[in-house]
Design a protein around this ligand. Structure first.
Ligand SMILES: Nc1ncnc2c1ncn2[C@@H]1O[C@H](COP(=O)(O)OP(=O)(O)O)[C@@H](O)[C@H]1O
Ligand SMILES: [Mg+2]
Length: 274
C-alpha cells in the first residue's frame, strides 16, 4: 500500500473537540480517492496532516504510513524530502501558494533543483516541458511572468506544474479548481486527468463538489464533521448511499438534466468514462 491512514485524530490547541477524529483511508499505486464533504468537515486538515504541514498547534495521533513507513512524529526535514518529490500537492488558492515577487518559471525550477539536483539549464528545460504539459500554450512567456500577470486558470496550471514536475507517485489536490470558472475548471481537470493517466500517479482529490469528484475518482470517502462516514467505490456509494449526509449530497448535486427515474448525471458520467 502506498498511503495508509489509520485512526488519525487532530486537535488544535486546547480545544477538546478534534478537527478530525479517527480518520482512515488508503490509496494504492495509481488509485484515485476523492474526499468529499461540506466546508469545515476536516478535508483540508486531513490533507495537511498527510503532507506534514499542520504546524505546531496541532496535536496528531494515529498513523499515516507511506509505503509502510510511519510519518506521524517524523521531523520536518524528513517530510520535506517527500513533499514535492514522492508527494506533490496543489491547493485551492493559487495567489497564496505562489510567491508574488518571483517569476513563475523560477518557482517551478526551484522545486526541480531542490529534489532532482538539476543544473540551471536542465531545470529550465524541465520547467518549459512541464508548463506545456499542463496546457499552457506559451511556456516561455508564462515562465517569465510574475503570478499577478497571469489569469486564475494559468496560475492554477503553474501550481499543478509545480506539483507534478518531479513525477510524484501521489498527488494531493485540495479543491484545486474551486476558484476557477466552470469552463476553465473543466479544462484544468481534463489536463490533470490526462497527466495522471500518463504518469500513473495516484490521487487524493479533495472537493465539496460531488460532480467534480465523480469526474476524477474511482473511490470516494465522505467526510462529515471530522469523520469519514462512508467510503467505497464511486458507483456503489452514489447508487446506494448509506449515510443521510451522502444521500443529501447526491440529491443536491446538479440533477437539472435528469429525467424522473433516470440515473443522476454524475453517475452517468462515471459509467460513460469506465
Ligand atoms: N490551524 C487551525 N487551528 C484551529 N482550528 C483549525 C485549524 N485548521 C482547521 N481548523 C478547524 O478544523 C475544522 C476542519 O477544517 P478544514 O479541514 O479546513 O475543513 P474543510 O477543508 O473540510 O473545509 C474546522 O472546524 C476548522 O475551524
Ligand atoms: Mg478546505
Amino acid at each position: 500500500m502506498m498511503l495508509k491512514v489509520d485512526q488519525l485524530t487532530v486537535r488544535f490547541g486546547r480545544r477538546t473537540t478534534p478537527a478530525i477524529s479517527g480518520i482512515g483511508f488508503h490509496i494504492d499505486q495509481g488509485e484515485r480517492l476523492g474526499l468529499i464533504g461540506e466546508s469545515g468537515s476536516g478535508k483540508s486538515v486531513t490533507s495537511l496532516a498527510v503532507m506534514g504541514l499542520l504546524g505546531d498547534t496541532a496535536r496528531i495521533s494515529g498513523s499515516i504510513r507511506w509505503k509502510g513507513e510511519e510519518l506521524v512524529g517524523r521531523s520536518d526535514a524528513h517530510y520535506s524530502r517527500l513533499r514535492g518529490a514522492a508527494m506533490g500537492m496543489v491547493f485551492q488558492e493559487p495567489m497564496t501558494a505562489l510567491d508574488p515577487t518571483m517569476r513563475c518559471g523560477r518557482q517551478v525550477a526551484e522545486v526541480v533543483r531542490l529534489h532532482a539536483g538539476a543544473d540551471r539549464g536542465q531545470a529550465r528545460a524541465k520547467v518549459l516541458e512541464i508548463l506545456a504539459t499542463v496546457g499552457l500554450a506559451d511556456p516561455e512567456r508564462i515562465a517569465d511572468s510574475y503570478p499577478d500577470e497571469l489569469s486564475g486558470g494559468q496560475r492554477q496550471r503553474v501550481l499543478i506544474a509545480m506539483a507534478m514536475v518531479n513525477s510524484p507517485q501521489l498527488l494531493i489536490a485540495d479543491e484545486p479548481t474551486t476558484a476557477l470558472d466552470v469552463t476553465v475548471q473543466a479544462k484544468v481537470l481534463e489536463e490533470l486527468d490526462r497527466m495522471l493517466a500518463n504518469t500513473g500517479a495516484g490521487l487524493l482529490f479533495i472537493s465539496h463538489d460531488l460532480a467534480v469528484v465523480a469526474r476524477m475518482c474511482e473511490r470516494i470517502a465522505v467526510m462529515y464533521r471530522g469523520s469519514i462516514v462512508e467510503t467505497g467505490r464511486l458507483d456503489q456509494v452514489l447508487g446506494n448511499p448509506q449515510h443521510p449526509y451522502t444521500a443529501g449530497l447526491i440529491a443536491t448535486a446538479d440533477i437539472t438534466s435528469a429525467e424522473p427515474g433516470s440515473r443522476l448525471p454524475v453517475i452517468q458520467d462515471f459509467w460513460r468514462q469506465s
